[in-house]
Design a protein around this ligand. Structure first.
Ligand SMILES: [Fe+2]
Ligand SMILES: [Fe+2]
Length: 259
């Protein structure tokens, strides 16, 4: 049964700290510790780069994600506010560039469904409705009705229902909203998830706090913090086994562990 390694908010390219060196250690330790790699799915819930306007940051991030894939890990990503601009100002032009860089396909649409083993992974773009001229400022998120309608259909889709487990992952924190950071349509997302009642884990980031919640009937609602500890915020590299009791989920630290 596949396990999930949840990472988030890498902010690669942040100029005030060497987060790249930290991520290099994290990637090397994941490869050394988690074997066989084919039994792990690495889910990265956005803010992969710190500033998309610095074009070299995408290539830098892709290099490390490709290294994980080359080692045999499945790697799933979704964009955060920093992946489409500076973090407080987003640009639509980065949407296809992000897709091309991280999925190899600029046409891919969200929700993005990947069935890996017996788990259905559904990725959402929580920046989808935050790139209009009138609301592209600040760090808020909005999934939008188009994606939520598709999410509703997907959760009722036989291919998804027949999977043993279902994971929904996105960037913006749906609870504990910080001013100008909140997911605006969190309530609509919650209503969609509650309607089906079949989601086993919600994975997200954005707030850099690393907390756990149990909301909307979902026992695993996990914020991964900032995996590279941007501004020394909490980092939790959780290893999640949906086929075990929740107590078996591990708060790992791949930066400081000795292999
Ligand atoms: Fe972040
Ligand atoms: Fe963010």
């Amino acid at each position: 049964m596949k396990k999930i390694i949840h990472l988030s908010d890498l902010h690669l390219g942040y100029v005030k700290q060497d987060l790249v060196s930290r991520f290099n250690v994290i990637v090397n330790n994941i490869i050394a510790k988690c074997m066989p790699a084919s039994q792990f799915v690495v889910v990265i819930t956005g803010d992969i780069v710190n500033d998309a306007t610095q074009t070299e940051n995408y290539e830098l991030a892709a290099k490390y994600l490709n290294k994980l894939e080359a080692a045999g890990f499945s790697v799933l990503v979704v964009p955060g506010n920093h992946d489409y601009g500076t973090g407080s100002l987003g640009y639509k032009k980065f949407v296809p560039i992000f897709k091309e860089c991280f999925y190899g396909d600029p046409q891919i649409v969200y929700p993005k469904l990947d069935v890996i083993g017996t788990i259905a992974f559904i990725g959402l773009d929580s920046m989808a409705e935050e790139l209009h001229w009138y609301d592209r400022l600040f760090a808020e998120g909005e999934i939008g009705n188009i994606q939520l309608t598709q999410l509703d259909k997907l959760l009722g889709n036989p291919e998804v229902k027949e999977c043993q487990k279902r994971v929904v992952y996105f960037h913006h924190h749906p609870f504990d909203p910080l001013p100008f950071h909140e997911l605006k349509d969190s309530e609509n997302l919650g209503n969609t998830l509650k309607k089906h009642g079949n989601v086993d884990a919600l994975l997200y980031g954005h707030n850099h706090e690393g907390r756990k919640h149990e909301v909307w009937g979902i026992i695993r609602c996990y914020d991964a913090g900032s995996s590279t500890r941007k501004k020394d915020m909490p980092s939790v590299h959780r290893i999640i086994d949906l086929f075990q009791n929740i107590d078996a989920d591990v708060d790992e630290d791949f930066e400081f562990m000795t292999v």
